[in-house]
Design a protein around this ligand. Sequence first.
Ligand code: GAP
Length: 428
Amino acid sequence: MEKIVSLCKRRGFIFPSSEIYGGLSSAWDYGPLGAELKRNVKDAWWKAVVHNREDMVGLDSSILMHPRIWEASGHTENFSDVLVDCKKCKKRFREDHVDGKCPSCGACDFTEGRAFNLMYKTRHGAVNDESGDIYMRPETAQGIFVNFKSVIDSTSRKLPFGIAQIGKSFRNEITPGNFTFRMREFEQMEIEYFVRPQDAEGFYKQWIDQRFQWYLDLGVKKEKLQLRVHPDDELAHYAKGCSDIEYEFPFGWSELEGIANRTDFDLKQHSEFSGKDLRFHDQVANEKFFPYVIEPSGGVDRATLAFLVDAYHEEEVEGKTRVVLKLNKNLVPRQVAVLPLLKKNGEIVSLAKRIKNDLQKTFTAVYDDSAAIGKLYRRQDEVGTFFCVTVDVDSLSDNQVTVRFRDTMKQERIPLENIEKFLINQLN
Ligand code: GAP
């Protein structure tokens, strides 16, 4: 992990939040390359689960919602960890993380456990008393349930169909850590897929397979992914079944995404608490019922971290260590870097800049002349750039450039007039 954290900071993927003020624990900022990578992760997800399907629509609901929503969902009552204080060193721990002995000072004297709700409270509007207290959402899922009726009414959907959403969630985690794996502010990509109750088991299995395949399609090594089925005593209060897709991070196997059969719990609860009928009306059979819900719920930050860890690769080349980020072509922050072989030659520089301007219409492209060519190649390898296009003296007369491939370092001379087509073919 140290190597990944250091690369992320050095090359502009991820920075500690508020660093010039000493940082804010467990909060991280995505730098220029990290912002691109994270966008690509979200785009790949949206394409796979919304644009490429007939049975899905998107949603972008607000972070601040009516406080009754969290009563209905069970978060006000149940979304808490039990904490204990060590009476000797006064440090606070999750009860399930101490084994009779204080992890900090070794004493065995704790206070009684007390529930600590993980939701962030904030004040809504210009009121100065508790009547304005609301929460920042701890999951995006509830925004989907409370919009269920509006989506049905505005899109005339039939079952089965799903609603997808990407957005920030907030949890005052007791033990954040492992870089961006567990944060207090993070982004989720969630789907609520509404089905007839009798079809729930089949769609639950289907979604597990499809979500597992998504990580494989984006290049994650098969041996680094596993499925963990939750035993009954681990299931959330609303779930009939749940399976986690786990990745083997350097700190161990950990959850990337959970796929749950949430039954009809949420729609029923919101019907009861809001007084609005959220049953689905089947016009053909003329019956009303609460659909069951299959929920694939993943973290953008966790997926991004897994892609980074999985792509990190070191190899020996001519006695030196080459670091390559072998990110999938659909995830790379930059597809092409255009490099002049001689930055003092004005003709080469202007041709290289012109090529970059042409290529950026189709690809994510950069121009870089800040070092000698060998160093430029290494830098682009380290951030996963798929191709380097090098312009040299010969390019001025023969109108050809050298394309260098990230993974193999092989080089090929390509006529300028074919370069766009050539790169498109390689990326397909
Ligand atoms: N709606 C269901 C739900 O929120 P969850 O397992 O609590 O389920 C879903 O969260 C996903 O959100 C997790 O699999 C993880 O990828 C991500 N996630 C949850 N808490 C997180 C945190 N503190 N930091 C980063 N990602 C988190």
